[in-house]
Design a protein around this ligand. Structure first.
Ligand code: F42
Length: 144
């Protein structure tokens, strides 16, 4: 059984711990913003370890839009490479956990629609994109 490899970022690791240990009743928002967060459990593409990545909750029907913003940093988050290598994830949304299939959104029209949903749910995404040359990757997690 692959082992859980906690994030090297303290605030992220602590949010995952609180969110999961409370069964999805605590630690479910982005600090004081009150905006909802989901936890994406994915497989490390190099370590094979279990990674748990909190992301803003952006819904598209029963699907979730996953945005590799990392605050507009110059490099993609490392979980992007995990999802590209293995699209089978679990998404925890509050007390529910769903098995989902993730695909990277390449089609411009679809990406435009989903990006608009993401910015509506979390306006800072628009500002993050202006901070970096890289095109922030967008994935869609659909019910498996
Ligand atoms: N990040 C976003 O990009 N978008 C969001 O909407 C978002 C919301 C959010 C809400 C709450 C919260 O607590 C955090 C939030 N974050 C959001 C931050 C997000 O959870 C990640 O911490 C961030 O995106 C950076 O992702 P990362 O995968 O680069 O994480 C780093 C810090 C990390 O954990 N690195 C590990 C390490 O040991 O250094 C390795 C992680 C990993 O997956 N390694 C792979 C492996 O095989 O295990 C290899 C990856 C590779 O390089 O191929």
């Amino acid at each position: 059984m692959p082992e859980y490899l906690p994030s090297t970022s303290d605030w992220v690791r602590e949010q995952v711990d609180l969110y999961e240990s409370s069964g999805g009743t605590q630690g479910t928002t982005l600090r004081e913003t009150g905006l909802p967060v989901i936890i994406v459990t994915n497989v490390g593409n190099k370590t094979g370890g279990i990674r748990k990545t909190p992301l803003m909750r952006v819904k598209d029907g029963d699907s979730y839009v996953l945005v590799g913003s990392r605050g507009g940093a110059p490099k993609h988050p490392e979980w992007v490479y995990n999802l590209r290598a293995n699209g089978s994830v679990e998404v925890r949304d509050l007390t529910e956990v769903y098995s989902m299939r993730v695909r990277e959104v390449e089609d411009d029209t679809e990406r435009e629609r989903l990006w608009a949903l993401a910015v509506e749910a979390f306006p800072p995404y628009a500002e993050y994109q202006t901070r970096t040359e890289r095109k922030i990757p967008v994935f869609l997690a659909e019910p498996a």
